[in-house]
Design a protein around this ligand. Structure first.
Ligand code: FAD
Length: 320
């Protein structure tokens, strides 16, 4: 059966904070706006226990903030297509065609707000124990470890926050960090060091995992290259993220980390294709910078569409 063709004026890829903000602005400008999301609406903040630095809320859970943003985008008039995966893209100056499992989209302007995805633990046994002892989301899987001993791998804000949150369930949480200091907020570090259930193993890498059907132990490599095993019931991994840009390599210019190159105007190398949020090349990745990009990208997309209409009216190309 032929796939249905949808022709929104603006298509946004990704319903994280950047994409939802772009959607709100575009829809409020009376542009027919559709957001495509292949997972849960909300993006990375769904994994945040509490957010305390987003203006307007002293303290709000990530899931609650994501739900507010979703509701606001829908009431602004955004259409949301969820749980659908992109199969192919063809992005040129004249045409933007995005094919998913269910639809073919032909928008006038495209905003890519695809964000970041967690890095997998780089050990040979990752696949074997993924979901059976190795986890990436304490909010989703922490409750499985009531009364157990677990490890948290990583040293940034996400790792420190998760370790603290997991002490609600586990009797002991061991943080394994390859460096000798944390990159988390000072306030969170203080909470961690004052928590009697948490122990830290510094300057150490996880190089393997042992178990039968489920994880029983991690193999550690210490700073002096010696190895040892620690017994754990589960491990939660927070070792960074990488941009979800594999599918744009052919058409768009990316930096050496795989982020889509664009300046503050969020314009990419293809007219009519804009990028917003963590996936854009930039130095600060936060909620506030993501929603800022979403705003700019939507306004630039509107200008592009207006120029396109004017060009069509007077028979000119958009950039003449
Ligand atoms: C645990 C944690 C805690 C955090 N805490 C804070 C905090 O307290 N304060 C703060 O300012 N920041 C925090 N951050 C960072 C913040 O969440 C990000 O900066 C922000 O979410 C970036 O928004 P984004 O929309 O650019 O990307 P994302 O949030 O990554 O959203 C991108 C969305 O695009 C979707 N997507 C990607 N590719 C496709 C595709 N091909 N098709 C369809 N959909 C696609 C993804 O599924 C995702 O929903 C935290 C991050 C984490 C992980």
């Amino acid at each position: 059966m032929d796939k249905q063709i949808k022709e929104p004026e603006v298509l946004v890829i990704g319903a994280g904070p950047a994409g939802l903000t772009a959607g709100i602005y575009a829809a409020r400008s009376k542009l027919d706006t559709l957001i495509l999301e292949d997972e849960l609406v909300g993006g990375q903040i769904r994994d945040a226990r509490f957010i305390e630095n987003f203006p307007g809320f002293n303290r709000i859970s990530g899931v609650e903030l994501a739900d507010h943003m979703r509701e606001q985008s829908i009431s602004a008039g955004v259409e949301l297509d969820e749980f659908d995966s992109i199969l192919s893209l063809n992005l040129t100056d004249d045409e933007k065609i995005i094919e998913t499992a269910r639809f073919i989209y032909r928008p006038q302007a495209l905003i890519i707000a695809a964000g970041m995805r967690r890095k997998k633990l780089p050990i040979p046994e990752e696949k074997q124990f993924h979901g059976n002892g190795i986890h990436y989301c304490e909010l989703c899987d922490g409750h499985l470890y009531e009364g157990k001993e677990i490890a948290v791998i990583g040293g940034g804000g996400a790792a420190v926050g998760a370790a603290i949150a997991l002490t609600k369930f586990a009797t002991k949480v061991t943080i394994i960090h390859r460096s000798n200091s944390f990159r988390a907020d000072k306030k969170d570090q203080d909470a961690l060091f004052n928590n009697p259930k948490i122990e830290v193993i510094w300057s150490t890498k996880v190089v393997g995992a042992v178990g039968d059907k489920i994880l029983h132990a991690l193999v550690l490599e210490m700073a002096d290259s010696s190895r040892r095993k620690i017994t754990v019931d589960g491990a939660f991994v927070y070792i960074g993220s990488s941009p979800r840009t594999e599918m744009y390599v052919r058409d768009l210019k990316l930096d050496s980390y795989g982020n889509i190159i664009a300046g503050e105007s969020c314009e990419t190398n293809i007219p009519g294709v804009f990028v917003a949020g963590d996936v854009r090349t930039k130095s600060v990745r936060q909620l506030t910078t993501a929603v800022s990009d979403g705003t700019v990208a939507a306004i630039m997309a509107e200008q592009y569409i207006n120029n396109l209409r004017r060009g069509k009216l007077y028979g000119k190309s958009v950039y003449n």
